[in-house]
Design a protein around this ligand. Sequence first.
Ligand code: NAP
Ligand code: F7E
Length: 343
Amino acid sequence: MPKKIALITGISGQDGAYLAKFLIKKNYQVIGLERRSARSTNWRLEKLNIADKVIIEDVDIKEINNLIRLFSKYKISEIYNLAAQSFVQSSFYNPIETAQVNAIGVLNILEIIRNQNRKIKLYQASTSEMFGKHDKSYQNEKTLFHPRSPYASAKAFAHYTVQNYRESFGLHAVSGILFNHESPLRGEEFITRKITLGLAKIFLNKKKTLKVGNIYARRDWGFAEDYVEAMWMMLQAKKPDDYVIATGKSYSVKQFINECVRSLNLKTKWVGKGLNEKLINIKSKKILISIDKRFFRPSEVDNLKGDYSKAKRILKWKPKTSFSKLVKMMIDSDLKFVKKLYQ
Ligand code: NAP
Ligand code: F7E
């Protein structure tokens, strides 16, 4: 039997790489879309030893004509639309580019499916950021959206458009409302990786102090490799529907830092308040972490904690990796990475 073909937009990103690895194991032929760039963006695929097992096509999802050509070239069964300007902070400074990729990009794909082949299944990468300013202790599929950034507004447009095409044209199109998920392959600008990489450098005497923003924001952090499995499960379900994927536990950025410090066996204490709050190494008296208002956002999402009971009930999905295991995995990986960097 010929292999099923899966198309992954955003294959060079964290989730794209893990999903490609997962689908290859499931015997799919994976086609990955990448924007042309002067630098190599394949480091994640190389790290997972799958760079030679995927076909890469040079397509920007803003360009509908290139997408149309691609859909004529391959007999695609499943599309995973992961391409996005995914950094919330940056969306405040690049709102139009963010909307073009995160909102219109998916509309381009939906239009092609609607016109060319309605049997193609679509997974859309929705996000817990859409809940934004909410008043619920847990957020689930029924919680109202209140986006707090151009990133979240664009993703909400995409989410509702996928729902509308499902209802209007009978497409098998679903959105996974994924809460934050991290890994050693996370981009260095996101807070978890910024902390693990920064503290690994400090621990190995390659950096003095790490500057961060709002350490009281709380997130529900899971492991990316657990979450890409849920994307595939959603597309295999009989009935197309949207699902929250989360761990059901929430920690502050400060708690994430404390867990890293524990993992590194450092003796530290927090001193000061507000912008003057600092993490000090008790032995050396050095400042390890300080606060910098440049990293605060014009409007913040204070607290996220997901209720994934629908995914557990219908898809039989649940998270496998604990918070402390995730932190340890990221710290250990960055210690190795930094040692190699300065060899
Ligand atoms: P990521 O590491 O930032 O990857 C994003 C990918 O999108 C990269 O491969 C990037 O390519 C690509 N891309 C950006 N603009 C593009 C364009 N115009 N055309 C084609 N490709 C483009 O993000 P991630 O963490 O893997 O997240 C995957 C998806 O899930 C994103 O849609 C994100 O918004 C969503 N999401 C993520 C989380 C999370 O916690 N990670 C949670 C909920 C939802 P370049 O390499 O060229 O930049
Ligand atoms: O911020 C706070 C920041 O940039 C988390 C994306 O994958 O998950 C991600 O979006 C929190 C925020 O992720 C710094 O203010 C403090 O409250 O790691 P982040 P995010 O904004 O939650 C969602 C689900 C997505 O969909 C997105 O694509 O940490 N924070 N100090 C900081 N954040 C950063 N980046 N840098 C700081 O120095």
